[in-house]
Design a protein around this ligand. Structure first.
Ligand SMILES: Cc1cc2nc3c(=O)[nH]c(=O)nc-3n(C[C@H](O)[C@H](O)[C@H](O)COP(=O)(O)OP(=O)(O)OC[C@H]3O[C@@H](n4cnc5c(N)ncnc54)[C@H](O)[C@@H]3O)c2cc1C
Length: 475
């Protein structure tokens, strides 16, 4: 029988290991990624004309980065690879694509096509999770991820004097990367108090090596003379629309207010899973109490609630790059087992029981560590509740917390999608990817209900903005 049509979205750690597993079983998957090159977020490759070494670029993860890149290079002629291709919709067993996004920059129409699949593996990763702070609309406020991309990809700092504010491992990681690169880090302001980080220690010990690396980074930031404050409350990013960011005001753990001058703020609160394609594929979602976000329902191997659709990596559960590699392998092994059981492929080899047991055991430790991180660096839901009415929640549409509360109280819009329709929070370019979680917290606090009761924003295609002019390929 013909080979099953296998489509993998994402060429990060999860997608690459998933493809490797399919290829080892004699199949030829198609890999779609909107990035210029493989590697995903953590192992992002530098532009062709840059020549920084692996240790310079990836630090302690240099060997893993190189191993993943080498793996992909060896797969290149055994897979159909479409870089710079956005998967913007999924409907009726087909993924809708927009190719060669670089042509858009050259003002030529990008090409559109659709790809039918028997097996779809979504390895779409995560993005920054953001909580509004008054003034975060001023130029010079970046997400941690954006600040990191500027450094990793282009070797530049986002400002002359940068404040790092938020919570989570990425906060310390990016601050240390900036400090190591010689940038001026004004301070690291963590909203999580030290006692929570201490209490999470038993769970974090599930991965002692990673914990040790984290402590090492912390120490490196301290040794560089950077002030680290824990348990802070952000008050205001100071600035004007003309000047951009000029400083930060915050309250320290003892309640006193402080001001710091800077020309850039890098902020973020851990990550949010990139789940829109799973939603368009009609996967069921469940509310994850630990991270206070809706996530696709998956079994231990990455099977979603929709037959033929699998999820792996941070797009399913945010457990980091090593877990993403495992999850990619597991999802492919699950798909191969399902193909065998439905006899769609006689090429799929029986799955080694020991390999599965080993992967499951490792994933259990990674899950324990994930729960530890959520406990140590919680999403500061209370910050949304106390946002002043004048603070902007939705940066794309410029909608304030007051305007959102107005539709909640006066138009009965107590559900996320209804509130979006009335207020336009989540209606702009980002489609709620950056304001959706905070918006739900503002609504929940306004009516005094659990945030899960507010629901989640339904995904609408296109998942990211598309050009008006595209050339449709014949199907
Ligand atoms: C901003 C940011 C910075 C991070 N920095 C670090 C770090 O320094 N160190 C660390 O240990 N961990 C870091 N992490 C976490 C780490 O990147 C992840 O744990 C790991 O990369 C997960 O691998 P993945 O394969 O699941 O996803 P990713 O590596 O994120 O790969 C997902 C891939 O899917 C592609 N994709 C997504 N949606 C679409 C679509 N609709 N169409 C086409 N392609 C699509 C993306 O282009 C991307 O290449 C970071 C995460 C983020 C979000």
């Amino acid at each position: 029988m013909a080979q099953p049509r296998i489509v993998i979205i994402g060429a990060g750690p999860a997608g690459v290991r998933c493809a490797e597993t399919f290829v080892a079983a004699g199949l030829r998957p198609t890999i779609i990624d909107e990035g210029r090159r493989d590697g995903g977020q953590i192992y992002r490759r530098q532009p062709d004309n840059f020549s920084r070494s692996y240790p310079q670029l990836y630090g302690t993860e240099a060997n893993r980065a190189q191993a993943l890149h080498d793996c992909f290079d060896q797969l290149r002629d055994k897979v159909n690879y479409h870089p710079q291709t956005l998967a913007w919709n999924i409907s009726e067993g087909r993924v809708h694509l927009m190719h060669q996004m670089q042509q858009m920059q050259q003002e030529r129409a990008p090409r559109a096509s659709a790809l039918a699949y028997d097996i779809l593996v979504l390895c779409t990763g995560a993005t920054d999770r953001l909580m509004p702070t008054p003034g975060w609309q001023y130029a010079g406020t970046y997400s941690l991820g954006a600040a990191q991309v500027a450094l990793k990809s282009q070797a530049v700092s986002v400002g002359r004097k940068v404040v790092f504010m938020g919570s989570g491992p990425l906060l310390y990681l990016v601050a240390s990367q900036y400090s190591k690169a010689g940038a001026n880090v004004a301070a690291v302001l963590d909203t999580s108090p030290f006692r929570l980080q201490w209490r999470a220690l038993p769970k974090l010990l599930a991965r002692p090596g990673v914990l040790f690396k984290g402590l090492f980074l912390l120490n490196a930031i301290r040794r560089a003379g950077v002030d680290i404050q824990r348990g802070i409350t952000p008050v205001q990013i100071e600035g004007t629309p003309e000047s951009g960011v000029q400083g930060v005001r915050y309250r320290s753990a003892d309640g006193r207010e402080h001001a710091l001058s800077c020309d850039a703020v890098a902020m973020g609160y851990h990550l949010r899973a990139e789940t829109q394609l799973a939603d368009l594929a009609r996967c069921e979602f469940v509310f994850d109490e630990a991270s206070r976000q809706w996530l696709p329902r998956v079994d231990a191997d990455g099977r979603s609630s929709v037959p033929g659709v699998y999820l792996a990596g941070d797009g399913a559960r945010i457990r980091g790059a090593d877990a993403a590699e495992n999850a990619g392998r597991l999802a492919a092994l699950a798909a191969l087992a399902d193909l065998r059981s439905t006899s769609k492929s006689n090429q799929a080899a029986p799955v080694a029981v020991e390999q599965l047991a080993q992967l499951h055991q490792e994933q259990a430790a990674m899950e324990q560590f994930r729960l530890g991180l959520q406990q140590a660096f919680p999403w500061p839901a209370q910050q949304a509740a106390s946002l002043p009415d004048s603070a902007i929640v939705c940066r794309c549409e410029g909608i304030t917390a007051g305007e959102l509360r107005e539709v909640v109280h006066h138009k009965g819009a107590q559900e996320a999608n209804r509130a979006k329709a009335f207020s336009r929070v989540g209606m702009g370019r980002c489609q709620g990817r950056y304001c959706g979680h905070a918006g739900a917290e503002v609504i929940a606090a306004a009516i005094g209900c659990p945030v899960a009761d507010v629901g989640r924003l339904r995904t609408q295609a296109p998942v990211k903005p598309l050009a008006f002019s595209i050339v449709e390929e014949p199907q």
